[in-house]
Design a binder for this molecule. Structure first.
Ligand code: 5GP
Length: 190
């Protein structure tokens, strides 16, 4: 484990993790973002290497076999993984980094990076989560159903997280996450 701090952000699909992080990074640069690899198809507007590294299943399994991920998970019938090299380089260089990963991945990270800080983003209600998935319009009926079912399971993991942030208002949620990061960074230096 190097000198940098590792932050983990989880939360059910549709809760707004991506939007919150986009907004956070607009005026906050003291933490890096780890781009995951996925076998899922790109959504409209998603950029290779910025949102994800979009890979084939074959490539994904090869990378996994070569130990190139610090964690992997099958989420909603697609595979996701956090590339090891970038995370470890950042941490060794004393740079802090945030991963946006699901609860299965977070569990795996806990074993190897026990000092990581775990943040869980929750929707104000399940109705709101359903509305957001509907508004996002990126999922078909089946996928939306699966994501909502998974969300109920994911919420049970909340107790294993250090911080819970309710995404009832984007700016407020971003500020809260920023405060958490800054306060953890101060502790590191202090
Ligand atoms: P989406 O397909 O909506 O971008 O992401 C679906 C889920 O996969 C989200 O809960 C997201 O946090 C999770 N996810 C994204 N990247 C990774 C990763 O590298 N590892 C794991 N375990 N989950 C990820």
């Amino acid at each position: 484990m190097g000198k940098g701090k590792l932050f983990i952000l989880s939360g059910p699909s549709g809760v707004g993790k991506g939007t919150v992080l986009d907004s956070l990074f607009k005026n906050f640069s003291s933490v890096k973002y780890s781009v995951s690899a996925t076998t899922r198809q790109p959504r409209q507007g998603e950029v290779e290497g910025e949102d994800y590294f979009f890979v084939t299943k074959n490539d994904f399994f090869n990378m996994r076999d070569n130990n190139e991920f610090i964690e992997t998970a099958r989420v909603h019938n697609n595979y996701y993984g956090t590339p090891r090299a970038y995370v470890d380089n950042c941490l060794q260089n004393g740079e802090d980094i945030i991963l946006e990963i699901d609860i299965q991945g977070a569990k795996q990270v806990r074993d190897c990076y026990p000092d990581a800080i775990y943040i869980f983003l929750v929707p104000p209600s399940f109705e709101e989560l359903e509305n957001r998935l509907e508004r996002r319009g990126s999922e078909n009926k089946e996928s939306k159903k699966l994501r909502l079912e998974n969300a109920r399971q994911e919420m049970k993991e909340i107790i294993n997280y250090d911080y819970i942030v309710v995404n009832d208002n984007l700016d407020r949620a971003v500020e809260k996450i920023k405060d958490i990061i800054i306060s953890e960074q101060k502790q590191k230096r202090g």
